[in-house]
Design a protein around this ligand. Structure first.
Ligand SMILES: *Cc1c(COP(=O)(O)O)cnc(C)c1O
Length: 483
């Protein structure tokens, strides 16, 4: 009987299929500007994705065809007119790094091997980029959601000198603070950490959608008087709705005075430190006790990759360390190199995400990445000007970074929210552009987020014209239906 192995019987045939697949992938990237923004998956392909688990494998050529067939059906974020949510646009270099990572098949939970040193280098670069002191620690993770869970666990544990790692919260009622515009991943982290999502106090914002720091102070005082235990303030550097940056310096002063942990959610906004023009707006970021941000958003590393930085590497380690006998470290040999990444986060087996980040920074250098970020902000200001100058639209929020929220204002249609929602769905369905929607001060807004190195001003002109056209058509149809 033959030996069972998963390696190809015919390496030559495998190699030629693999080369074709690489070309398919590169074709997809090279033609990123062409065609529709979003291609919904055809019904036939949806049905084909509900087949039985295969008992026998396919030939490699047939498999390659199946992979290539999927390529057009992404969310559209590689296209220059993808403006929805906060998605990075990706880049072709990521394909090379992913191939290398797959070939190495490294497990970055720990031990002493090359991949670990690459991750350490990336974390060190991030520490420098964000102005954190020597002694800070970090980890490359799936994204800001995971980074937030790690950060808030360290914040929670240090509040009780790490005893709650064994004993749990024992009825202690911890509370934390973030702005009403902060991201939902915070409430989810509170939930996961056993604090309850309601223990995250949402502080009202000023007219620029920044946390009202006077209300923050009042709420902390009130909570203490009620016997609650404040432990963390979360500042937002680039809010998901409008790109607002909290006053991090004032928040840091309050955190120091109140002896609270300062965490900053900088998912996309923090990376604006790479732009000389924007860096000043993030003043105070470098004072945070922990910072979460993404590579897959404004830095365009292909999904997924984010980072957690913790100012006190010692606290970080104390919050996650503790290995059983079968994972014990050694002074030498393969089990050397302590502390390991598993001592800084919840995952033991970990892929080589750090490689694509490392390769990305090497390929492009941070100056170019900073320029691309800055250009997006210039483009947002350009679009905002067009909207302000037009009688059809109004801005729904001030434009501070890369996000433009606006509305079509109709004199004849009552349900303006529905009209604006339809405009967005039409733009998406027609494949012209992919903005998203949000609610600001109780009203629905069309939301254009530009974290896209492929976007040009011409794309914004086209978006603006098509949006106006669709708006007027929809309004006419709605009025004639008496809506
Ligand atoms: C995207 C985002 C998050 C969540 O990050 P993921 O990488 O999607 O987990 C958190 N906060 C803000 C401000 C974001 O934009």
């Amino acid at each position: 009987m033959g030996k069972t192995t998963l390696d190809p019987e015919d390496w030559g045939a495998f190699r030629s299929s693999a080369h074709k697949m690489l070309d398919d992938a590169l074709d997809k990237m090279e033609s990123a500007r062409d065609g529709r923004v979003w291609n919904p998956l055809p019904e036939k392909m949806k049905a084909a994705l509900q087949s039985e688990i295969p008992k026998q494998g396919l030939g490699i050529d047939e498999l390659r065809q199946k992979l290539a067939d999927l390529l057009p059906y992404g969310v559209g974020n590689t296209h220059p007119r993808f403006f929805g949510w906060v998605h990075g646009a990706g880049n072709p270099g990521g394909i090379l790094a992913e191939m290398t990572a797959a070939a190495m098949n490294a497990n970055l939970g720990g031990r002493d091997h090359g991949a670990i040193y690459v991750e350490k280098q990336v974390v060190e670069w991030c520490r420098q980029m964000m102005g954190f002191p020597a002694g800070a620690s970090g980890l490359i993770v799936s994204g800001t959601s995971m980074a937030t869970i790690i950060a808030l666990k360290v914040a929670r544990d240090q509040r009780f000198n790490f005893t709650c790692r064994q004993e749990g919260l024992s009825g202690r009622r911890l509370v934390g603070y973030a702005s009403s515009q902060s991201h939902s991943c915070l409430g989810r982290a509170f939930d996961l950490l056993g604090l309850g999502a309601a223990a995250l106090r949402r502080i009202e914002c000023d007219h620029n959608f920044r946390m009202d720091t006077a209300e923050l102070e009042e709420t902390i005082t009130r909570d203490r008087a009620r016997g609650l235990v404040p432990f963390v303030i979360v500042g937002t550097a680039g809010s998901v709705n409008v790109g607002a940056i909290d006053d991090l310096q004032t928040i840091n002063m309050i955190a120091e005075r109140e002896d609270l942990w300062l965490h900053v959610d900088g998912a996309f906004g923090a990376t604006a430190v790479l732009s000389k023009d924007l860096k000043g707006r993030l003043a105070g970021l470098e004072q945070a006790d922990s910072l979460a941000f993404d590579f897959h958003k404004w830095l365009h590393v292909n999904y997924d990759a984010g980072c957690i930085l913790v100012r006190s590497g010692e606290s970080h380690l104390r919050s996650f360390s503790g290995r059983p006998e079968y994972l014990a470290g050694e002074g030498q040999g393969l089990a050397a190199g302590s502390p390991w990444p598993v001592d800084f986060g919840p995952e033991l087996s970990r892929g080589f995400r750090a490689l694509k980040v490392w390769a990305h920074l090497l390929e492009h250098g941070v100056e170019k990445l900073g320029r691309a970020i800055n250009e997006n902000c210039v483009q947002a200001a350009y679009l905002a000007e067009k909207i302000t100058a037009s009688s059809l639209f109004e801005l729904a929020a001030p434009v501070t970074l890369n996000i433009v929220c606006f509305r079509y204002v109709s004199e004849s249609v009552n349900d303006q929210d529905e009209l604006n929602r339809s405009i967005v769905i039409n733009l998406q369905n027609k494949g012209i552009a992919a903005p998203s929607t949000t609610i600001l001060r109780g009203k629905l807004a069309i939301r254009v987020n530009i974290t896209n190195h492929r976007t040009e001003c011409g794309d914004l002109d086209l978006f603006f014209e098509e949006t106006a056209k669709i708006a007027v058509e929809l309004e006419r149809a709605a009025s004639s239906n008496g809506v």
